[in-house]
Design a protein around this ligand. Structure first.
Ligand SMILES: Nc1ncnc2c1ncn2[C@@H]1O[C@H](COP(=O)(O)OP(=O)(O)OP(=O)(O)O)[C@@H](O)[C@H]1O
Ligand SMILES: [Mg+2]
Length: 331
């Protein structure tokens, strides 16, 4: 059973005064999140990430499509007992203290007073809000402290599925590390984490799988390794001392490879299946092979690529696009 199934979800907002226009923020999104995985939801500003998360918690109603959490339709109110939600912009009363905020959310889930106190203490400790801070009015908390409270409230009901909208926002580097460790611990406990973010290093460190959204449409979905091509191994990079003859250069181009002159020799990008042919060619030219490594694009390359072109364009450009990008990056 999937933890989250998003089925052809579409959301159009009505904007403007007269006449009202329809703006499609989410366009037929379908996704499947497995139980116990950390799933990163990426996309540029305005891609539709917050809209998706709000639809999942029923803070918004879809124009069409639906979703299921742990096998139950999100229309079913009882699903909420299993969900923890970190909104992008939390709005806690400025006058309450973090301890009181947690007590309030505990009440919403019908927890007994003793249990509310116990969980509040444990969560304040878990997210790193010290006793002095826990009893200070929310209006006097820093951005990072507020974000920690935002996370704590999402855990008050011991949820099985966590939906987090940019949970690392506003945190300092130790705070981000702390939350990363926390999300890993939650995964170890068997919980499913679905979170949106712009922090690609967190995605690479944490996520089992990711999806990239662009203008409301899903453009990529898979593991980081799959999407950055490190498992496809389509292109290999060879560094050579020496020069290549014109015939060798022609062959490499025919095989779909590329070469780049460097001050000390030549850097070659070659399809993996042509690697041994390329080694023969290099030997024939009297060149010395210095290294062979797979060409890896980073998540940032992928993200920027998706920004610049549609995924269809990218597939049409195929592997040669990656080789050219590889040229621009320091290795
Ligand atoms: N309440 C609203 N009324 C009208 N349009 C909206 C509303 N909320 C969002 N939008 C529009 O829907 C699109 C998607 O917005 P959304 O907030 O889901 O993006 P996002 O991916 O979360 O962006 P960000 O990374 O900046 O948080 C944007 O074009 C946005 O302007
Ligand atoms: Mg957002």
């Amino acid at each position: 059973m999937s933890a989250i199934i998003i089925d052809n979800l579409t959301k159009e907002y009505l904007v403007g005064f007269w006449p009202k226009r329809r703006v499609r923020a989410l366009d037929g999104l379908s996704l499947d999140v497995r139980p116990g995985e950390i799933f990163g939801f990426l996309g540029p500003n305005g891609a539709g990430k917050t809209t998706t998360l709000k639809l999942l918690v029923r803070a918004l109603l879809p124009t069409s499509g639906t979703a299921y959490i742990l096998g139950r339709s999100i229309d079913d109110f009882s699903v909420r007992q299993w969900i923890g939600f970190v909104p992008e912009h939390p709005s806690f009363s400025d006058l309450l203290t973090p301890r009181e905020v947690l007590d309030y959310f505990g009440r919403l889930f019908g927890l007994a007073q003793y249990e509310r106190r116990r969980r509040a203490d444990a969560l304040l400790n878990l997210v790193g809000l010290e006793p002095g801070v826990a009893d200070r009015p929310v209006g006097k908390l820093s951005r990072g402290m507020l974000q920690r409270l935002n996370l704590a409230q999402a855990l008050i009901n011991d949820p099985r599925v966590l939906l987090l909208d940019e949970p690392m926002t506003g945190l300092d580097p130790p705070g981000r590390r702390h939350v990363r460790d926390l999300l890993s611990q939650l995964r170890e406990q068997g919980k499913t984490v679905f979170f949106s973010t712009h922090i690609l290093s967190d995605v690479e460190a944490l996520c089992d799988r990711i999806a990239i959204l662009k203008r409301g449409r899903l453009v990529e979905c898979g593991t980081v390794a799959e999407l950055t091509g490190s498992q496809r191994g389509q292109m290999m990079e060879m560094v050579i001392q020496g020069t290549l003859s014109d015939v060798a250069r022609q062959k490499i181009e025919q095989w779909g490879g590329a070469f780049f002159q460097t001050p000390v020799g030549v850097r070659l990008h070659i399809p993996a299946e042509r690697l041994f042919d390329a080694v023969d060619v290099v030997r024939q030219c009297g060149g010395r092979l210095v290294s062979v490594v797979p060409v890896r694009s980073t998540l940032e390359d992928l993200f920027i690529d998706e920004e610049e072109s549609s995924s269809v364009d990218r597939r049409e450009r195929g592997t040669s696009g990656k080789a050219v990008r590889g040229e621009d990056r320091p290795h």
